[in-house]
Design a protein around this ligand. Sequence first.
Ligand SMILES: Cc1ncc(COP(=O)(O)O)c(C=O)c1O
Length: 397
Amino acid sequence: MPISRRVNKIGISPTMKIAAEAKEMQVRGENVIDLSVGEPDFPTPTNVKDAAKRAIDENQTRYTLNQGRLDLRTAIANKLKVENGIEYSPNDIIVSTGAKQSLYNAVQCLVYDDDEVVFTSPYYVSYPEMVTLAHGKSVIIRTTENEGFNMTPEQLEKVITPKTKVLIMGYPTNPTGSNYNRKELETIASVVEKHKLYVISDEIYENLIYDDNKFVSFASLGEEIKKRTIVVNGFSKSYAMTGWRIGYAAGPEEIIKAMNKIQSHSTSNASSISQAAALEALNGPQDYIEMMRNEYEQRRNFVYDQIISIEGITCVKPKGAFYLFPNIKNYFGKSTPVFRIEHSFDLAMYLLHEAKVATVPGSAFGAEGYLRISYSTSMNNLKEAVERIKEALSKLN
Ligand SMILES: Cc1ncc(COP(=O)(O)O)c(C=O)c1O
């Protein structure tokens, strides 16, 4: 067997199977509406694209500093100060190939030898696999609809052992859209301080937040917490730049230095063209973010109202991100002559084939009994998809 035991310990997400099948159906000419996507359906803003074109024409095509261009890190430091109320020097910041690389490298820097890493379920699919690849142990706190999919400080306190090293916080949350307010975060922060944990704060959805909910960056909760937190963020969701692969981390210099060391032996600097684009994203007009946020909010209102009107489905109203995470347990045990629904995977497959709507089973996020529905697609698609879902579900007995 040529593949190492380390790699064999991680799995391919069930998301991939549904996505691959949806793609095959589309290639066959079937009209599949894809609500499984995890990326904005908007194009990258024109000023950002133009900056990248200019960078190519000006031959900004060589290696940059491994840690990222100084002017970009300075712009990121300015953003973190002005928008999030946290002060960093450019030395405390590393630019990476997407937020995902920063998450990965932060885990690699902090976790080894069965160190325990705590995070909540439903979780972002990559957290447990990153921990496994770092030889750590995932400790998962199961959150419920009743608590709005948020953990309580008591739940956190309960799972802490002498081996607990890191807490991964990610809000607004993929896949539930949950969010923590300042008071809730402060109670979690006091547990973190008491047990001297480190926090990796995944803030990639910070700008996609609805109603009167607010985003509070974990590191902004106080000087002590800032010393224990690595902020991870990027351009994928806020500026519709998923394909550019550009993100960053900010945190204690010692940890950022260690992340820089890992990055220097794997990918080196993030793409020079993407860095030029990211610099323009931060320095240029910001109204695009509000335009997208507003559009997502309208879509969320529509899809949420439609989904909760379906008999047997409950759903927590998302406060942010662009996903709905309805509870579909009442459909377990139901069937048609050719389909029987026992798990969320079966229901996702049924909806794919019967309604031609692609969703993601909750099991992919460690939460059986749910489906993830992305509303990052046009209102017309959403209207059509909801009608098809309703009709397909009505055929189950
Ligand atoms: C919670 C969460 N964190 C991180 C990422 C990765 O972001 P990036 O595209 O910047 O690597 C995603 C992407 O879907 C995400 O949902």
